[in-house]
Design a protein around this ligand. Sequence first.
Ligand code: ATP
Length: 221
Amino acid sequence: MAAIQFLNVGKRYSEGHDALIGVDFTLESGEMAFLTGHSGAGKSTLLKLIMLMERASRGHVLVGDEDLGALPRRLVSWHRRRIGVVLQNHQLLFDRSVFANVVMPLEIAGYAPEDAARRVRAALDKVGLLNREKHNPITLSSGEQQRVGIARAIVHKPQVLLADEPTGNLDPELSEGVMRLFEQFNRIGTTVLIASHDLSLIHRMRKRTLVLKNGRLVSGV
Ligand SMILES: Nc1ncnc2c1ncn2[C@@H]1O[C@H](COP(=O)(O)OP(=O)(O)OP(=O)(O)O)[C@@H](O)[C@H]1O
């Protein structure tokens, strides 16, 4: 079954700039792939369409069976809960603990506190940070902070995990560790799409790689 489908997708920003043109690809459920291309090629835009942070100007974006262009407004938050997102600057809040950062998506989704706490600990365990739950993230290294961001992205067991330059600030060894984590989530069935311009890292991972050039998919389809 397809997890993500782009059918002749175009995205024109209001200024008239075409960020994506005629993009067609399918990511099967349980697949892991990279998305690469020069700065401005359209990588972040493509991910934003999947998260419904932007809407396609042409064509169709499907996540599972749902055509996002036809998704009723009341289902947008349901849709976002199917997706976990990891960003380069991880957007952790430094006025609260690691635990409090990771539990946020579960609080928003209305989980009971005990259930939420169990899930947060399971997520922190998966990223190797169970002993840091009471720390403030500002006291952690950048690699550890990124792993807190990953725990927060997967704590609600999303079907799809998206990452936008998740290793941008990390040295090669830490970057590889983060990629191995994504691989682990993929192995248990999560569909993973990672935007990155770290070509040597992508090469080492030996996964399908979608390449964008000036808004068009030129390879990996
Ligand atoms: N909100 C916006 N309004 C107008 N233009 C935008 C907007 N967001 C992105 N763009 C433009 O769309 C094009 C694609 O941008 P996008 O951020 O998707 O590229 P990218 O491949 O992720 O680049 P980078 O690697 O530098 O993050 C760029 O020319 C960018 O300037």
